[in-house]
Design a binder for this molecule. Structure first.
Ligand SMILES: Cc1ncc(COP(=O)(O)O)c(C=O)c1O
Length: 367
């Protein structure tokens, strides 16, 4: 075997990975058009809190984007906002989840999946993940349900939709809400149905690393008119449809998405399907090759969730097959070879101790 780069050998890969985000003159044109219009926020078009009555003529980029994204994922309503964290926060608020209420959340998720619950003084109840999929383990949800449980927030981790058949069945039986953290799941499906459209509402992020991005951004999808209207009010500081501008009806925020973001995201959405299918091809190829090496187990994909965004390609590392080599040393050796890989969320959201055997590779760096 050739000498490893970490020991002074030649790198396996000397070419840089492509940069992210991917964009071209379509984004440039869209942003310039928006800039030169002088209409930099949605209200310049007279659109806003009266979002559910689309105007004729010139439309706001954000208003168009939220309709296009909702339609693409198969939801009735989309409410664009500043980021995925805000989207989750607003869903909790719109469902009137409050002090002492319990909300079930996977133990391994992004921190906002749990802090959005704390923001409303509710209590996150952690349920372990399935080590094969990194998604919440449906087998363990029921034992965490009590009389105080109001909702479950499955995260579609890495883009693979959690087992929504089982989660919805459990939630319906116990009469609790399902809020989908779909921050990784743009274009992902479960059994042909779009992520974020199963539960009462779903939250997406358009932060810079995501499969479609404007640097920052978020959206809530829902099929409920009532929730959509309430979330729209929350993003507009608690204003109400049809009422004067300086009347406020609830404690809200200014969580509005900018027109610049809307203009970019409309272009990014057009690329998503092609990019996602390329990611799936690449992931299948990498999975096949990794199967030849013991001790590096790629995430297991359920056939029902096979159409997924491959936002993160996750690998579980078994050090026993590498004579006990610590993960950090393996990652250093892989990185030295010119291959992108990192330890991901290094620990569960519940605890400060690392999950030492998992890592991610090539987040969004496609070829
Ligand atoms: C799973 C998950 N949920 C929620 C969020 C929050 O999104 P944002 O960074 O846009 O606030 C993220 C962001 O990275 C995420 O990965």
């Amino acid at each position: 075997m050739a000498k490893l780069a970490v020991n002074g050998g030649r790198k396996v890969r000397s070419k840089d990975f492509p940069t992210w985000p991917v964009f071209d003159d379509q984004e440039e044109k869209a942003v310039l058009k928006m800039l030169n219009s002088g209409k930099w926020w949605r209200f310049s078009y007279g659109e806003g809190i009266d979002w559910h009555e689309p105007k004729k003529g010139d439309r706001s980029e954000v208003a168009l984007f939220q309709e296009e994204f909702a339609q693409f994922m198969g939801a009735k309503y989309g409410i664009a906002c500043v980021n995925g964290t805000g989207a989750l926060d607003m869903i909790i608020r719109a469902l009137y989840i409050g002090p002492g209420d319990e909300v079930i959340v996977p133990a391994y998720t992004y921190v906002a999946g749990a802090t959005c619950i704390l923001q409303s003084n509710a209590v996150p109840i952690f349920v372990d993940i399935d080590p094969d999929t990194y998604n919440i383990d449906p087998e363990r949800i029921e034992e965490a349900i009590t009389g105080g449980t109001k909702a479950i927030i499955p995260c579609h981790f890495g883009g693979q939709v959690a087992d929504m058949d089982r989660i919805m069945e459990i939630a319906q039986r116990h009469n609790i809400f399902v809020i989908e953290d779909a921050a990784h799941a743009h274009g992902s499906e479960w059994n042909g149905k779009g992520a974020g459209t199963f539960g009462i509402a779903g939250a997406f992020s358009f932060q810079n690393a995501k499969n479609m991005t404007a640097g920052e951004g978020g959206i809530v999808l829902t099929n409920s008119y009532e929730i959509a209207e309430n979330i729209e009010s929350l993003t507009w500081s608690g204003r109400k449809h049809g009422r004067p501008w300086y009347e406020f009806y609830q404690l809200g925020w200014n969580y509005r998405m900018m027109e610049f973001q809307g203009a970019i995201l409309r272009v990014q959405l057009k690329r998503l399907e092609e990019q996602n299918s390329r990611r799936r091809e690449n992931a299948a190829y990498l999975t096949k090759l990794l199967k030849e090496i013991g001790g590096l187990e790629p995430v297991v994909i359920d056939p029902k969730g096979a159409k997924y965004s491959v936002h993160i390609f996750m690998i579980r590392y078994n050090p026993e097959e590498f004579r006990g080599l610590p993960r950090a040393k393996l990652l250093k050796a892989v990185n030295e070879e010119g291959i992108l890989a990192f330890s991901g969320y290094t620990h569960a959201v519940t605890c400060p101790v690392g999950l030492p055997f998992t890592f991610n590779t090539c987040q969004n760096r496609m070829e």
